[in-house]
Design a binder for this molecule. Sequence first.
Ligand code: GDP
Length: 299
Amino acid sequence: PPAESTPGRGLLGRLFARPGGATVVRRTLDDDMLEQLEELLIAADMGVDTALRVTANMAEGRMGRKLSTQEIKELLAQEITRIMEPVARPMPLYPKRPQVVLVVGVNGSGKTTTIGKLASQFKAAGKKVVIAAGDTFRAAAVEQLQVWGDRAGVPVLTAPEGSDPASLAFDAMTRAQADGADLLLIDTAGRLQNRADLMEELAKIVRVIRKKDDTAPHNTLLVLDATTGQNAISQVETFQKLADVSGLVMTKLDGTAKGGILVSLADRFGLPIHAIGVGEQIDDLAPFDPQDFAAALTG
Ligand code: GDP
């Protein structure tokens, strides 16, 4: 059947490719093949530990068997799906008015864009949304957020450049409560150059919004750029120290991002992946589907 003789375009194609463009149909699952699989997974940004675990699990009880590309793909996809299924969870919604969502991440990760996309999605779902442009030190970020807010038809609260983000967050809480908003999305700064400052800034935002609702923030989303590969690991570690991260949004999965980083993150931290960014347009935010993801990753 064509499925067995056609090597995949993704990870596995290379495993079955032979010099001169020929391909083999089946290969014995042996140490050599496992090593090559590990290398492929590591090259796909999966990280060494996760790659080793995935290949070990898939090989268990199968050493010495002859497998086709299709069979290997399916076995790998199964292992990846098993790791990803527990973390594929949409952002939880609570009966809170407003539900306060703090959005954190390094500059350039896609925070602004993601807030615009989220605002648009929740608005389309009938929610009343307010955005607070909490990165008051980056005039460009504030402007950009305003553009996204206009597109989504959602009000964006801003403050003069350089003013206290916590005071803006407090005003935004007041406004969102007065308006009976369902959701308040708060953008934050992402300058990791001065972590102590950033930590104090985030802590202060949390302190002041708790004056208005001591259960807030209800979600703290960390936005990560999938194209940064293994860097994402240290970003999670850093932001977990700076804030109480409750879930992830992975952006730029439409590009050349190898995606294995998501498996690595899921395996390591177990944080829910609420959504993935698949483009620069307002509708380019998708739920995370572990099976589709595993199939795409294994090609
Ligand atoms: P911020 O600095 O974290 O607020 O990042 P931005 O939201 O400004 O995004 C930085 C760049 O990444 C912009 O050029 C965005 O258009 C782009 N971007 C954000 N999300 C995605 C995505 O899912 N896919 C692609 N291809 N580009 C994205």
